[in-house]
Design a binder for this molecule. Sequence first.
Ligand code: HEM
Length: 137
Amino acid sequence: MARADVQIAESSYRRCADKPAFYEAFYEHLLASDPRIAPKFAQTDFGRQHRLLKHGLGLLIIYAKRPNPALIERIALRHSRGDTDVPAELYAFFGTALEHALALHDPEYGPEVAAAWRATLEPGIAYMVSRYEDRPA
Ligand code: HEM
């Protein structure tokens, strides 16, 4: 992946990551986007979840620069069939919710930023999906 893509996504992340409204927009969109999704978050403390997503996005950006599975293994197993059960097809909704939140909260958002995020998250998402059938140790 082009290093420029990661830099563009990382700058976009810095413009959004400390705004509570960014995470509110993200989860509002994600939960409404498919009937399988909201029930998974029925017990979620969203204040905590916003911090966890901030951290998780940061890790996926680092993973794009240096794909060390140890960085995101715990997050991957948290989404496996035996835990929160997030199959491959639900990740598209994650991408759409992210684009929605970025469009609202990143003043520099546009096609270039959107494409850079897609390229940056792709390796981490591919890894998460590859661990779907695995169980936490
Ligand atoms: C790149 C994509 C994703 C990232 C980076 C991500 C990140 C995270 C992180 C960091 C956590 C917290 C893990 C922990 O408990 O320590 C989490 C939990 C969770 N994620 Fe994701 N996630 C992604 C995709 C998804 C998708 C597509 C769904 C469902 C459609 C989903 C549903 C959940 C649920 C239900 C939880 C547990 C919430 C709770 O503890 O109440 N995630 N995610």
